[in-house]
Design a protein around this ligand. Sequence first.
Ligand code: SF4
Ligand code: FES
Length: 260
Amino acid sequence: MSTVTVEAAQGPALGDDLEAAPPGSFLVTLIIRRYIPEIDDEPRWQDFDVRVLPTDRILDALHKIKWEQDGSLTFRRSCAHGICGSDAMRINGRNRLACKTLIKDLDPSKPIYVEAIKGLPLEKDLVVDMEPFFESYRQIQPFLIASSAPPEGRERIQNAVARERFDDTTKCILCAACTSSCPVFWTDGQYFGPAAIVNAHRFIFDDRDEGSKVRLDILNDKEGVWRCRTTFNCSEACPRGIEVTKAIQEVKQALLTHRS
Ligand code: SF4
Ligand code: FES
């Protein structure tokens, strides 16, 4: 993790009140890949100088640009705390959540490049159409499948060891950072993608679930787990630290052994 020495406040940016510049603030340049379908034939890069604190996040800088410089800048966010998964974007060429990326952890002496995640249809600026991503997610049936009801007034009991088996993959927030960092997904568009497999894993290895065979059959498809080339992009991209490639490997292994 890099740290920066923050110089005294520099010159004012557009929409910046120098007298109100907070101590320790400085100017950083964000170069954002813009696309407004009503006016742009192709995406274009646009520079914005914005005053930030080192502890500000990329999301804070985007808010400042939108509120103070250009209200047309479009991006998704909801929780602003790494939980909802709505603000995955490419920041300096790497998929990250804007709300979890601190300015000081980048190199703010250089411009910071921000663009939409890849492999999904671009709708506007940093917003992509997530429907193909969620369609793959729905196909793996991401819910408990059980033929019997739980005991009257009780939950389905599971011991700690059995729960641990799929603990990692319960952490997914469906941000699509993994799937949209996968070269197979970029070139193909049909591949289920890492996130769908992670969420299948969460149920395949749950000993209360009876749908493992169904999900394994789905992922045995030519667009399923065998498309994975183990590039580890997905694991590196995951903001929740999920071992995505390992989960994919475990699903492959389950298919080979027909055990879950
Ligand atoms: S596995 Fe990680 S990167 Fe992929 S969708 Fe879930 S939280 Fe996001
Ligand atoms: S805004 Fe919810 S995860 Fe970033």
